[in-house]
Design a binder for this molecule. Sequence first.
Ligand code: SF4
Length: 328
Amino acid sequence: MRPELANREPTTSREERLSIPTFYQTLLKHRLKLVKDAVSTLQINVGLLCNQSCRHCHLEAGAGRSEIMSARTMDQVFALARTGDFKTIDITGGAPEMHPQIDDFNERLTPHAPRMILRSNLTALARKGPSLMTLLKDNAVIITASLPSLNEVQSETVRGGGTFLSGIATLKKLNRLGYGQPESGLELNLVSNPAGAFLPPPQAGLEKRFHTVLAQKYGIAFNNLFSFANVPLGRYRRWLIQSNNFDAYINKLAAAFNPCTVPGLMCRTMLSVSWDGYLYDCDFNQAAGLPLENHPSHISAMTPPIPAGRSIAAGYHCYTCTAGSGFT
Ligand code: SF4
């Protein structure tokens, strides 16, 4: 087993103490199974290095993290992407823009999936300068950017001082390149997370509000807003515990379980690769130390296709994806 998995503190003891049913028990109660369909998305975490240290980061990324994907692992990812027939390749981090080889990696991967997504915190993209933005535009890479709140103070409580206006300036630059503009084919999506220990409001209403406020106040256009609950892992879990919000939050998530979300869970169609090449069902499972099929396996040993019907490793954190309208 990977040393850091062996040494990781179990993240379940608090939930057990609260007598919350395990996620599998809840699935069973609703006669549901969580198994893989055909895998169509390859998600790649290129490292935990980030220029921000957001309070809700389940991977505890930050400037003090030195873990980034090696050239060798990037080659192994590339080999898998070439043969895997993926519909979507989703590059994440940390701040993926901070990986020194991100430009080249993007260029190499682009021909191997119809949809390429880069997750951005916007401030790292701004730091990288115009060359990466132009490259993303030229390859029609979808940018999915985090903007937790429309309120500067609230947003910076989560992400740190100076991040809100820097993010707004980057969104304006992306708009000028054509991102988020009708008919440009350049998709710009935003992700909003609650700033405290509560669940997000319904996505449709929030999206409408983001469109209106960003257009009126800053002249910014975007395509879609995804509103996600924060996952009680990593830095967010620690904050919940320190602020005495953990018990109420996890109870709220479990009580909001919605069986209708299970067929659409992203883990059913996703293979997630960590910065060091290990395989997971999603990056929340990376943070929880739950490897694919509960058994550490490395990308160097993976040959596609990944058969449908394989079990998915799940934990209490899965209640985040199934609360309310879930991760959409
Ligand atoms: S956290 Fe659980 S439910 Fe959510 S995507 Fe990962 S495995 Fe699936």
